[in-house]
Structure formats: structure tokens, C-alpha cells
Ligand binder design. Structure first.
Ligand SMILES: NC(=O)c1ccc[n+]([C@@H]2O[C@H](COP(=O)([O-])OP(=O)(O)OC[C@H]3O[C@@H](n4cnc5c(N)ncnc54)[C@H](O)[C@@H]3O)[C@@H](O)[C@H]2O)c1
Ligand SMILES: Nc1ncnc2c1ncn2[C@@H]1O[C@H](COP(=O)(O)O)[C@@H](O)[C@H]1O
Ligand SMILES: O=P(O)(O)OP(=O)(O)O
Ligand SMILES: [Mg+2]
Length: 278
């Protein structure tokens, strides 16, 4: 059945969402993509990914580990490795989940960069201009500091940085531009949140890693704020919308408002040749 809302159909096509998936096939598709891409470039040998303890990075980590394991076996080249990166801001409340995720993904290597000193220094240096750096704004500095750390590791190890953006985040633009939105490859694109959960279930992931409330956990004033509270709409409604189902008017309108407001994030820096915003 075609969705009744005209924008809904456009969004579904733009984000390549399927109404139902075969988790086994979609896992294979992402793993094959990661293998084919890295093999194409002799200078690339590793995938680098921040592991937060949430669902999306656990899933992307499993895909990266499988891709690198299969490439080592088929090529005999042991340089193909998945590097998991812990990127806490000081002490992370759900550190145990992050370590459980790294253990489950069986990462080939784990690195740790505490971003607190650099984030605090950047906030202070910006504030020295007489600007107030809000807690929310500082949250985006954290996301961008994580991006910088992952690129530094990639630069040192012939790496490509994996981003965890997927359809249920892309539709609302719920990521920091050039922060967690800044990456080289995004194996979860096309999947919604429950489709990601289905693949993790297939992989036998610990339930607490995909049942926990998704959070960017960027704000100090509102620690572990659930995405769904920040967005004002549930992932169940977002997934239903993306799968072409009818959702309540209020939920659909909220999703479409976020989609329109965040259009600039789904484009490279805007030039005189761009018309998408007109
Ligand atoms: N829940 C949390 O803990 C938390 C904290 C911080 C951010 N977030 C989430 O992360 C995401 C990032 O927040 P954000 O979107 O405010 O910050 P962002 O930095 O990702 O995007 C805002 C920036 O984009 C640019 N921009 C804005 N409108 C533009 C336009 N029309 N054209 C071109 N460029 C434009 C500007 O540089 C602006 O500073 C949001 O979804 C937010 O809710 C969550
Ligand atoms: N605390 C973190 N440690 C490592 N990596 C992290 C951390 N927080 C976020 N990340 C990375 O960013 C993406 C996006 O996170 P959201 O929860 O969707 O905002 C996450 O998948 C990690 O790769
Ligand atoms: O990106 P993650 O791994 O932090 O997952 P979630 O968005 O569910 O917090
Ligand atoms: Mg998270």
C-alpha cells in the first residue's frame, strides 16, 4: 500500500528504506560493501569506529569486524583490522555497556581517547570571545571532537572512519553536522531502527544493548537524554513512517518538520550551483 502523505513517499525513496527486510541479506550486503570498498584502495587497511555502548555502533562494529575477518581469510593480509574506539567525555555512565559492545563485536584492537580536555579547552577558547557556549552547543563540540579523534587514528593506521547514520536518524537530522555525521563509509544507511535491531538479534547480541533507550548523551544538564524525548516522536513512529505505514498526524507532522529543517545536513557544503533549498 502506498503511503497517503506525498512527502512520505519521497522521503522513503530518498533514504532507500524497504518496508521489510531479510536481516541475513542486509547483513551480508553491508559486510560485502565494507569489504569491497576497502579492498579497492591499497592504502586503506583498517576501519575505525567509535563504540558508545548504544545499538547503532554495536551493529556497525559487528559488520566491520566480520568484514575484516573475512578479508584476512580470503587475502592472507593480516593488516585488515577493525579498530574500536572508546571516546568518553571524562567518566561515561554506561561505560560497562560500551565495553560489553566492544567485547561482543570482537574488535581486533581497542583504543581510548578521553575527549574531555580538548572539548573543555575548545569551549573555553571560544567563550573567551565573550560568547556563551551553551550546554547544547558544547554537546556538538563533543561530537566533533570524537570525529577528530577517529580521523587521527585513521590517519595513523590507513583507516577509513565508519559512521553510524541510518534512515531513522537521517530523516530527522539527529546527528551533529561534521561530528558523528562526518565519516567515510556508512554501512547502516537504508536501515531504520527496528531493522537494525533485527540484525543484532540475528547476530545474537546481548539484548540490553539494543533494548536500551537510544541517546546521543551529549548534554551535561540532561544526561542520557533519550533521543525520543529530544525529538518529540518515538522511533516506533519514525520506523512505521519510513516503512510506509500510516502514523498519527501529529507524529507524521513532527517527522516532516525535522526532515525539512535538517535538509542542509543531507548535502555537502552549499554552493552557487545548489538549488535544493530554493
Ligand atoms: N540530546 C542531546 O544530548 C543532544 C545534544 C546536542 C545535540 N543533539 C542533537 O544533535 C543534533 C545536532 O544539533 P544541531 O542540529 O542543533 O547542530 P548541528 O551543529 O548539527 O547543526 C547546526 C549547524 O548547522 C548549520 N546550519 C543550520 N541551519 C543551516 C542551513 N539552513 N543551511 C546551512 N547550514 C545550516 C549551522 O552552522 C549550525 O550551527 C540535533 O539533532 C540535536 O538534537 C543532541
Ligand atoms: N561515548 C562515545 N564513545 C565512542 N563513540 C561514541 C560515543 N558517543 C557517540 N559515539 C559515536 O557517535 C555515534 C553517534 O552516536 P549517537 O548516539 O547516535 O548520537 C555512535 O554510533 C558512535 O559511533
Ligand atoms: O549510535 P549509538 O551506538 O550510540 O546508538 P544509539 O543511537 O541507539 O544511542
Ligand atoms: Mg548513542
Amino acid at each position: 500500500m502506498r503511503p497517503t502523505r506525498p512527502l512520505q513517499q519521497k522521503i522513503i525513496q530518498a533514504l532507500h528504506v524497504q518496508p521489510t527486510i531479510n536481516p541475513q541479506m542486509e547483513l551480508r550486503r553491508s559486510v560485502d560493501f565494507l569489504k569491497a570498498y576497502i579492498q579497492h584502495f591499497p592504502g586503506l587497511k583498517t576501519y575505525v569506529l567509535g563504540i558508545s555502548g548504544g545499538q547503532d555502533s554495536t551493529l556497525a562494529g559487528c559488520m566491520a569486524e566480520q568484514a575484516m575477518r573475512e578479508l584476512r581469510a580470503s587475502t592472507g593480509d593480516d593488516q585488515y583490522r577493525f579498530i574500536a574506539v572508546r571516546l568518553p567525555y571524562g567518566e561515561q555512565a554506561d561505560e560497562a555497556d560500551a565495553m560489553a559492545a566492544i567485547s561482543f563485536t570482537q574488535a581486533d584492537e581497542t583504543m581510548r581517547v578521553n575527549i574531555k580536555a580538548s572539548v573543555d579547552a575548545m569551549s573555553t577558547a571560544v567563550a573567551a570571545n565573550g560568547l556563551a557556549v551553551s550546554d547544547f552547543n558544547k554537546g556538538n563540540i563533543k561530537a566533533r571532537a570524537r570525529m577528530i579523534a577517529q580521523y587521527a587514528i585513521a590517519g595513523a593506521r590507513g583507516g577509513a572512519v565508519i559512521g553510524t547514520d541510518h534512515a531513522a536518524e537521517a530523516v530527522t537530522g539527529f546527528y551533529t553536522k561534521f561530528g558523528d555525521g562526518g565519516a567515510d563509509v556508512t554501512p547502516l544507511v537504508r536501515l531504520d531502527k527496528r531493522q537494525g535491531t533485527a540484525i543484532l538479534q540475528l547476530l545474537g547480541a546481548p539484548a540490553h544493548l539494543y533494548e536500551k533507550a537510544p541517546t546521543a548523551d551529549l548534554e551535561e544538564d540532561r544526561p542520557s537524554l533519550p533521543d525520543e524525548v529530544a525529538l518529540g516522536v518515538s522511533y516506533r513512529d519514525i520506523d512505521d513512517y519510513l516503512e510506509g505505514k500510516n502514523v498519527r498526524e501529529q507524529a507524521a507532522a513532527t517527522i516532516e518538520r525535522w526532515y525539512q529543517r535538517s535538509a542542509h545536513k543531507r548535502h555537502l557544503p552549499i554552493t552557487v550551483f545548489d538549488n535544493f533549498w530554493r
